[in-house]
Design a protein around this ligand. Structure first.
Ligand SMILES: Cc1cc2nc3c(=O)[nH]c(=O)nc-3n(C[C@H](O)[C@H](O)[C@H](O)COP(=O)(O)OP(=O)(O)OC[C@H]3O[C@@H](n4cnc5c(N)ncnc54)[C@H](O)[C@@H]3O)c2cc1C
Length: 458
């Protein structure tokens, strides 16, 4: 791993753009036929970690959990991981209820609220035919659960209009209500929402980014500080910010689709215009360095409460024993673009509002614990799964693949996926290209021996 000496022209069979999970997955499948170009000084993309005054933060709370056995083996072989039970909570109207709310509303103190949730659930139905996410919530959970938790929480995250979201992603992301069996992830190989007390993993030492640092060591040719600035499919070349050019036969891109299309000349207007309608949700992370230890085992707090700033709170120091032993602890609050404070330039007021919320919840005992804060804006935080998204992505991917360009990953496919899935999908694209290669060249059309042993099934 690391930068290579400059050459006037790079030649590669396949160029992988981006060394986040999807790019690394693709590169591991392609071995020495691929060169990875990454614009930043480090790998990991959205899974990167930063250290602030001795406290460790990830770019949004991250933990590892996967339905793909080969991806689990890949990660656990690459570095030491620590597993622990997930410990997630909801905070609403001044009380704690275990997460997910739809399975634990019986913990509410108020008997009327419990009753409304149960009656709503008993009469709910027909969610399989829901036309959009908003309708899905009512039909799946009934009025009580939807009004107390689901709608306010999701509006805090996705904005007021939940009818613009499709329901394609919900089976993987939104837990079923109490009393409903969900298939086990590892048995089915397909993702279902992480159960509350599932085993989740995190690097035994350091932050989440360590996983991808370790995987990057296995990549044959990875070049950092190489920002791709243009791609010309007619000449099969691309340009890098430092002035170098590269020739390629195929590109695997993990860039956000609109950013990729902007690099390519003569994209048909119908495609550029469709892709410009994809919606990305920027998020703001407010990081607080706490002086001294704060003793709680909670890892995540999901917060529909309007009076608390942020929809999700991550107590990152509880992600591993190693983090817990550090003298300074990191707490991070995630704020959606839809909260006007996220766009305010008045950072002090934002931080004060966040601290006030944490005090109200008892997450921090006193403002004196806060030694330092940092506010970070992530422009591409969540790909919004709008109802038009699948058709737009299919249209763009079809045109790009005719020009030898394949896109994968969270914003490459505009899919609300986690890092393990991005790694898996990147690897699958690499394997798929290697298989089609052999077939086209008259070789035996057989499964290649992928580096990580993932069975190709997409
Ligand atoms: C708040 C939040 C919480 C999350 N929580 C979890 C979690 O708990 N567990 C989990 O598994 N996942 C989680 N995720 C999701 C996870 O971070 C992503 O799914 C994953 O990082 C996507 O990988 P990717 O490779 O598709 O994209 P990215 O990670 O975005 O990687 C893309 C790479 O491309 C590079 N790049 C961009 N432009 C160029 C260019 N012009 N030239 C060269 N390189 C370029 C970027 O620098 C970057 O390294 C979370 C994400 C967020 C935002």
């Amino acid at each position: 791993m690391g930068s290579r000496p400059n050459a006037s022209r790079i030649k590669a069979d396949t160029i992988v753009i981006g060394a986040g999970p999807a790019g690394l997955g693709a590169a591991l499948a392609l071995g020495d036929s691929a060169i990875v170009l990454e614009s930043r000084e480090t790998v990991a993309g959205l899974c990167d970690t930063l250290t602030l005054d001795g406290a460790i933060f990830d770019l949004g709370g991250h933990s590892f959990h996967t339905p793909h056995p080969a991806i689990r083996r890949l990660v656990f072989d690459a570095l030491e991981m620590e597993e622990q039970n997930r410990d997630a909570w909801c905070w609403l109207n001044g009380e704690w209820v275990r997460y997910p709310f739809q399975q634990h509303f019986s913990e509410l103190a108020d008997s009327d609220s419990r009753h409304v949730c149960q009656i709503g659930l008993d009469t709910a139905g027909g969610w399989q035919d829901a036309a959009n996410f908003d309708e899905y919530l009512d039909r799946r959970f009934g009025r009580g659960i939807t009004e107390l938790f689901m709608r306010p929480y999701n509006r805090k995250l996705w904005g007021a209009d939940l009818t613009r979201l499709d329901t394609e992603w919900v089976a993987e992301r939104v837990a079923a209500p109490v009393g409903t069996a969900e298939s086990s992830m590892s048995e089915s190989g397909r993702r279902s929402p992480i159960p509350r007390e599932a085993l989740i993993a995190y690097p035994a030492k350091g932050g989440y980014g360590e996983i991808f640092q370790a995987l990057a060591q296995r990549v044959a040719d990875l070049r950092l500080r190489q920002c791709v600035t243009s791609i010309d499919p007619r000449t099969s070349t691309l340009r890098i910010a430092n002035g170098e050019t590269a020739s390629w036969r195929r590109i695997i891109s993990t860039l956000p689709l609109p950013a990729l299309l902007r690099l390519i000349p003569n994209v048909p207007p119908a495609i550029s215009s469709a892709v410009s309608e994809l919606e990305a949700l920027p998020i703001t992370i407010i990081m607080l360095v706490l002086d001294g230890r704060y003793e709680t085992v909670r890892q995540r707090i999901y917060c529909p409460d309007k009076n608390i700033i942020g929809h999700k709170i991550v107590l990152n120091h509880n992600s591993s024993h190693w983090l817990r032993r550090l003298p300074r602890h990191g707490v991070q609050v995630e704020l959606s673009e839809f909260n006007p404070l996220s766009r305010s330039t008045d950072v002090r007021s934002l931080v004060n509002a966040v601290v006030a919320g944490l005090l109200r919840m008892g997450v921090i005992p006193s403002p004196d614990y806060v030694r330092r804060t940092k506010v970070l804006r992530i422009p591409f935080g969540y790909p919004v799964q709008t109802r038009s998204r699948s058709n737009i992505v299919a249209l763009a991917q079809h045109w790009l693949s005719e020009h030898g360009i394949y896109t994968v990953g969270r914003f490459g496919e505009w899919a609300y996926i986690n890092s393990d899935e991005a790694l898996y999908r990147g690897h699958c694209v690499g394997v798929k290209l290697a298989v089609s290669e052999r077939t086209q060249c008259g070789g035996t059309p057989r499964q290649p021996a992928p580096v990580v042993g993932v069975t190709f099934d997409t």
